[in-house]
Design a protein around this ligand. Structure first.
Ligand code: NAI
Length: 304
């Protein structure tokens, strides 16, 4: 089988000055991608800024024989995102791959959530992915080629105490990814989301003895596949960590149909409403309408 390489491709990786983004940048660059290493260089809660982390990763890539340029703009503003894309165009002449990885955390239980904790977290993860992808989008469309990878999280997909701000942003990224998959399809733009688990500064206090098993470099092979010409999937979500990768999907149960639906009927049919046998995995909103119509039709057929 042929190797996956990125000759001629330009990748923008946000938040690539450390943690997972750094690993993604090193792997893609080692396989021939020209990489924009974007990182604001602040603390894990988003305070502060430094040009050091992005430049250090660029230095590592160049020392290993690769090509990269540092960019220290924030992903969370339109101007910052436009400047990141401009760095790619000015330095390498194009952009093919967008890895939305930059992130911060400001954890607090919902009872203690404040705008100062909510707004910046949503701004970096969700607005940041919107701003950066939006700035790159005309270029991807115009060249009929693009790969977009968004970084979601189990905290958003499944919930996690103390992370309402982060989880809301991370689930928002799933919606963004799925719409990008649909709207990008005519122009050979594929968009997928990853839900990583890895030892980084963001998780160092949480993983305990598991940390040794969760090297961040074990997340990047999935990013490389999803960023490659060989990527055959779009609109998908993958769990990735410690060398294990698995598709995550949103399913809808077959459900219960009653033309005279009442609150009591819902109470009395909860088991049927929740039964996973015969469930479906819609890939667009209109699929769900088809499921509803199918349920109505089969109930009508049973009655006649
Ligand atoms: P990290 O803190 O090492 O990396 C995040 C990077 O984003 C930092 O280098 C930071 O400077 C940069 N950044 C923050 N705000 C920025 C902005 N406005 N503009 C540009 N860069 C900015 O943490 P880690 O773990 O590598 O996180 C990477 C991504 O993976 C994040 O989106 C995170 O939410 C996600 N994630 C990580 C998990 C893990 O187990 N480490 C679990 C689930 C999701």
């Amino acid at each position: 089988m042929s190797s996956i390489t990125f000759e001629g491709r330009v990748a923008m990786i946000t938040g690539a000055g450390g943690g997972l983004g750094r690993q993604h940048a090193l792997l893609l660059a080692s396989r021939g991608a020209k990489v924009v290493v974007n990182d604001l260089g602040g603390a894990v809660d988003g305070h502060g800024a430094s040009a050091g982390p992005a430049q250090q990763v660029v230095d590592e890539i160049i020392a290993a024989g690769g090509e990269a340029v540092a960019d220290t703009n924030s992903v969370s503003t339109d101007d910052g995102a436009a400047a990141i894309v401009q760095t790619a165009l000015d330095t390498f002449g194009r952009v093919d791959i967008v890895v939305n990885n930059a992130g911060i955390i400001r954890d607090k239980s919902f009872a203690k959530m404040t705008p100062e904790l909510w707004d910046p977290v949503v701004a970096v993860h969700l607005r940041g992915a919107y701003c950066v992808t939006r700035a790159a989008w005309p270029h991807l469309r115009q060249q009929n080629y693009g790969r977009v990878i968004c970084t979601t999280s189990a905290a958003g997909l499944f919930g996690n105490f103390g992370q309402a701000n982060y989880s809301a942003a991370k689930m928002g990224l799933v919606g963004l990814t799925r719409v990008l998959a649909h709207e990008g399809a005519p122009n050979n733009i594929k968009a997928n989301a990853i839900a990583p688990v890895a030892r980084t500064r963001m998780t160092e206090d949480l993983l305990g003895s598991l940390a040794d098993k969760l090297d961040p470099s074990l997340v990047s092979p999935l990013v490389a596949f999803l960023a490659s010409d060989d990527c055959s999937v779009t609109g998908e979500i993958y769990s990735i960590g410690g060398g294990r990768v698995a598709r995550i999907f949103l399913a809808e149960c077959a459900g219960h149909f009653d033309p005279n639906l009442s609150p009591e009927a819902i109470r009395d049919h909860l088991a049927e409403i929740s039964a996973e046998d015969g469930s479906s995995t819609p890939t667009r909103a209109s699929d769900e309408i088809k499921l509803m119509l199918r349920s109505m039709d089969s109930a009508r057929a049973e009655r006649t």
